[in-house]
Design a protein around this ligand. Structure first.
Ligand SMILES: C[S@@+](CC[C@H](N)C(=O)[O-])C[C@H]1O[C@@H](n2cnc3c(N)ncnc32)[C@H](O)[C@@H]1O
Length: 259
């Protein structure tokens, strides 16, 4: 519902921790959007912080990212207008692993590397149960929240280093970031109300895509403005290596050779 001033600025985007996120620059970016722009395409959505602000400004918002875990945030908070996770959904998600013979990828790949065996098993169980949520928006919300919980759990919020467990046992680091030693389930439960509260309907049909922008762009029409925020040339911003674990969790690849 719009606020007294007819805007949706009373909703809050859950604060991201994502390489190159423009969250803190959203006000400046918005100032540079001509008033007559109705439909905006965020071609490199990333954390979706800018797409979310466009949605708040009542624009029809189309967002895209070639990483599936990012496009799931877009489904959860941009395309989704009303679906939230209920306590019944949470009970489903936190149930024991429904198919342990299939859902064991996190345990097999990442135990004792990024997570303890117990945490990795928890993630596999959560992933198995996510399949039982009743629609794509609830699933997207569950993905968005659990992925954010995982980045909260590792130092620097990315997976391009393999020191997560060493850091998680270091009292000085824990003092600076208590999440390092908290169970993922607790972090998930803490974030859940923030994500549920961020779901809103701006009266437009918004979309979140998961494609290479170069392929998608020629197929879109009716766009007034495109916001391009690609990875920077010659920087170390290799999104696949920084966030491989989140993409593996969402895609749940069983047919890839991991080296
Ligand atoms: C600088 S970040 C965007 C940050 C975003 N504006 C935010 O506020 O979070 C660039 C994003 O582009 C995505 N990306 C890179 N190449 C792409 C491509 N060819 N098609 C779609 N997305 C791409 C990356 O996955 C990454 O999330």
């Amino acid at each position: 519902m719009p606020d007294l001033f007819g805007t949706y600025l009373n909703y809050n985007f859950p604060e991201p921790q994502y390489l190159g996120a423009k969250y803190i620059h959203r006000g400046w970016i918005a100032e540079n959007i001509p008033d007559d722009v109705q439909t905006i395409f965020d071609a490199f959505g990333g954390s979706q912080s800018i797409a979310y602000f466009m949605k708040q400004l009542e624009k029809k918002t189309i967002t895209n990212d070639f990483l599936c875990f990012n496009s799931q945030i877009g489904k959860a908070l941009i395309e989704n207008s009303h679906e939230k996770l209920t306590s019944t959904d949470v009970s489903v998600l936190l149930s024991p692993n429904s198919r342990p013979e299939h859902f064991n990828l996190m345990e097999n790949l990442f135990s004792n590397l990024f997570f303890t065996v117990e945490e990795a098993k928890f993630l596999d169980a959560f992933r198995s149960n996510l399949e039982y949520l009743e629609n794509e928006y609830k699933k997207a919300l569950a993905f968005a929240i659990i992925c954010r919980s995982m980045t909260r759990k590792v130092t620097m919020g990315h997976f391009a280093h393999t020191r997560a467990l060493v850091y998680a046992a270091n009292p000085k680091r824990i003092q600076r970031n208590r999440s390092l030693c908290r169970p993922i389930e607790d972090i998930f439960m803490e974030l859940l109300p923030q994500y549920n509260a961020a779901v809103f309907d701006n009266g437009k049909e918004n979309y979140s895509y998961n494609q290479n922008t170069l392929d998608l762009l020629p197929n879109l029409s009716g766009i007034d403005l495109v916001y391009f925020d690609p990875p920077y040339c010659n920087s170390h911003a290799d999104y696949q290596s920084f966030y491989h674990l989140l993409e593996t969790f969402v895609m749940y690849w069983k047919d890839k050779k991991f080296t």
